[in-house]
Design a protein around this ligand. Sequence first.
Ligand code: F6R
Ligand code: MG
Ligand code: MG
Length: 365
Amino acid sequence: MKYTLSVIKADIGGYVGHSSSHPDILADAEKSLGKAKKSGLLIDYHVTRCGDDLQLIMTHEKGESHKHVHKLAWDTFVSGTQVAKKLGLYGAGQDLLADAFSGNVKGMGPGVAEMEIEERKSEPVIIFMADKTSAGGWNMPLYKMFADPFNTIGLVIAPNMHKGFTFEVHDVMKSMKVMFKTPDEIYDMLVFIGAPGRYCVKAVYSRETGNIAAVSSTQKLALIAGRYVGKDDPVCIVRSQGEFPAVGEVLEPFAFPHLVEGWMRGSHHGPMMPTSIAQSNPSRFDGPPRVVAAGFQLSNGKLVGPRDMFDDPSFDEARRKANEAGEYMRRHGPFEPHRLPLEEMEYTTMPQVMEKLKGRFKKLE
Ligand code: F6R
Ligand code: MG
Ligand code: MG
């Protein structure tokens, strides 16, 4: 049977500031998706959060980009915004960039990752959700999962993975896409995905079967709105086991808290810290950036789970390293490379300061 797994997310109000989500927002979303399940639009759903982002995880038989599923998500965010407004939550409706729904939430602010799949006999999936960062934050972990034998031994010794994977990479500035076959083209691909501010891994496919292995959200809020409106706080769905990396190979890249953009005012680099969902409350200097992982077994489209995958002491060391790296970065204060380069900051006083100092810049002799 074919099922679609849709993860649609938005920040519709933070509690307190941008640090977390209020339980009433989750309860409101729960009600709305519960109704949609009763009506038959959804097979199943799970409402959760990462930091201040509300996450709607839904299964159905309607295919990707389906109008009714997207409208359900949009209406849920609009309803949650009302709750956020009543509670005076911070930035109520922040990610809803359009006034009215027009067929698809893409380009309207919310982040979307969806895949239609032929469900296997047993279908383990991991849904990664991040706060205080952007979609390029998945580039290094996805590379390690699907192309690095030092992370994924299955690439070397599992006959159904040995052919490797195909990566779909998007240029989010120019709205272009390019496919790379790995391992053959890893050097070419790394030229691009090593620059995650512009090139993002959108999807990964098995070269053995052609089946989709992973899909991420690549919407860039600032590009949609034409001005700084917060970081994208992306999501990523990864299928596991069999022709895909094992659960442990899928989680392993997060044992290294790599540096990503998005900390404080979306304008600082900091380590991506893997935590349990309960601990995804970025509070120190509005961070450091978080990643959570919800694991499910799909069963006839039903979401059996979640298991909170980073709620495991074997990730304590990654959290400790993230705190250490975070502290090291923080000591740079307003200096790069903690602060993002000027052209990537968007959130800046540069034009005002330049205007004020206009007459004071003199040509060098
Ligand atoms: C970073 C983030 C926060 C806010 C900061 C200022 O992605 O969400 O660090 O940028 O708290 O928030 P505003 O501008 O909403 O007052
Ligand atoms: Mg927020
Ligand atoms: Mg957020």
